[in-house]
Write a protein that binds this ligand. Structure first.
Ligand SMILES: Cc1cc2nc3c(=O)[nH]c(=O)nc-3n(C[C@H](O)[C@H](O)[C@H](O)COP(=O)(O)O)c2cc1C
Length: 287
């Protein structure tokens, strides 16, 4: 049975295609961007076509599209052509509704920062203000603006060199780096759905420096590979946490009661894969 609905974007209008794209490329972080126009009037707006593209030089990008409603460039885009500097903020859950106020397509003379009742802080190297209460603030200077089309809905990709990073002290881990468990930032999904990044939804999976740091599928004992108890995701956590005794796994006997053993292991997954492995190896007298 074909389980896939296949879509050709070229055959669809912007309103028909847009929900597929924003519903499929998820989650998207939100760049909450403050800019100034040539007269120095501030503007603040959210953009979820946003990502980081280079570490050194540090470059991020976001993409205001030509408005589908008016066919004109968005204020943020126009401002960046006039004053090529911005501050990009991540949006905390606590300010989600305020962010939503700043998405309103107000006339250019309206100050969205005041409309949303937000407080500002001065930036160090750029003229637009920083928004207080946001956990992460990136001061940036425009490197390039790449038009992806002139029609309504066409993105205007703005690449920004990061010149300063400000981090709220309360989100830092013991080494001084941002701790995702403390940030409570939001991400945009399809339609009007959002995700909230909270500790209980996170998992840890170290990136292997070489293939020997993870367990390959063919090293996994046969009872685990064919388990009727463990889910694909749970088996994935076992693969991601190669046990110290991995070399010996091939020579192990099959457990006497795999179902019971897998159930015990399941209780420890996904959060404690090393303990699940210890349980398995103890049951087979490998430790
Ligand atoms: C969470 C969120 C994400 C958004 N992402 C984008 C985006 O990536 N590109 C875009 O053109 N509009 C996006 N919008 C809509 C803009 O925020 C909206 O058009 C806004 O009025 C633009 O403001 P400006 O004209 O002051 O620049 C988004 C809105 C929300 C609420």
């Amino acid at each position: 049975m074909n389980r896939y609905k296949t879509i050709d974007p070229a055959t669809l209008t912007l309103p028909a295609w847009h929900p597929y794209l924003i519903g499929s490329v998820i989650p998207r972080p939100i760049a909450w961007v403050s800019t100034l126009n040539a007269e120095g009037r501030p503007n603040l707006a959210p953009f979820s076509y946003f990502g980081a593209f280079s570490s050194k030089p540090p470059v991020v990008g976001f993409s205001p599209s030509t408005s589908a409603r008016t066919g004109k460039p968005k204020d943020t885009h126009r401002n960046l052509q006039e004053v090529p500097e911005c501050v990009i903020h991540l949006v905390p859950y606590a300010l989600a509704a305020r962010m939503n106020i700043t998405t309103g397509e107000y006339e250019p003379e309206i100050n969205e920062i005041e409309k949303a009742g937000l407080e500002t802080l001065p930036a160090e190297l750029v003229r637009p203000p920083r928004i207080a209460g946001t956990p992460v603030q990136l001061e940036g200077k425009v490197r390039a603006i790449l038009p992806l089309g002139e029609n309504p809905g066409a993105g205007q990709l703005i690449l920004v060199d990061i010149v300063r990073l400000h981090l709220d002290e309360t989100i830092l881990d013991e080494k001084g780096y941002p701790d995702p468990r403390k940030m409570d930032v939001i991400a945009r999904l399809g339609a009007f759905w959002y995700a909230r990044i909270r500790a209980e939804n996170l998992f840890w999976m170290k990136q292997p420096r070489n293939p020997a740091e993870v367990l390959a599928w063919d090293e996994l004992p046969e009872d685990l590979r064919t388990s009727s108890v463990l889910t694909a995701a749970e088996i994935g956590h076992l693969l991601a946490h190669r046990p110290a005794e991995a070399e010996k796994l091939r020579s192990l006997p099959r457990p006497a009661d795999p179902v019971a053993l897998h159930r015990q292991m399941q209780a420890l997954l996904p959060h404690d894969a090393p303990a699940a492995w210890r349980l398995y190896l103890e049951a087979l007298k490998m430790t």
